[in-house]
Design a protein around this ligand. Structure first.
Ligand code: SF4
Length: 148
């Protein structure tokens, strides 16, 4: 069976989070984890926060994850749904991909419906960049509600 090793970096605003939504989405192949087949094994080999604005842990934590076998790094959905969304998310992705030559996926679990509604009203994600990104995280309504 194919196995992929995953590292997850969360927004420090949620640093006490136990990872329930991310791990559930990984198991159920929801949100950004839809990209992996259910026949494929996923193993989380690293889970940490950015260490707080401006994200000092982005510079070094991928190295430890890669040493532990990480083949892809996910920046958690909290970076997208928190208010304001992380202003450095694009920089983080570019930096990790250039520095560590490892793909970075934006998002983990589906966008919870309560965040979806607020950000829709605020038009937070109206740019083409956000719209493209959110395709993966906009699961059907029932699933989004189940992540509230
Ligand atoms: S907003 Fe961005 S830089 Fe600030 S704590 Fe969250 S992920 Fe880190």
């Amino acid at each position: 069976m194919k196995k992929t090793k995953v590292g997850i970096i969360i927004c420090h605003r949620y640093h006490r989070c136990a990872g329930g939504k991310c791990f559930r989405a990984l198991r159920e192949r929801e949100g950004a984890f839809k990209r992996y087949s259910k026949d494929e094994e996923l193993e989380v080999v690293g889970f940490t926060s950015c260490a707080g604005c401006p994200g000092g842990n982005i510079e070094y934590s991928p190295e430890e994850m890669i040493k532990n076998g990480a083949e892809v790094i996910h920046l958690a959905t909290g970076l997208i749904v928190g208010y304001p969304p992380c202003p450095r998310i694009e920089q983080f992705k570019k930096f990790i991909e250039v520095r560590y030559k490892i793909p970075v996926v934006l998002g983990t679990h589906p966008i919870p419906e309560k965040y979806h509604l607020v950000h829709k009203e605020l038009a937070t994600w109206k740019s083409a960049w956000w719209k493209k990104l959110l395709v993966d995280l906009n699961d059907p309504l029932e699933i989004r509600k189940s992540y509230d």
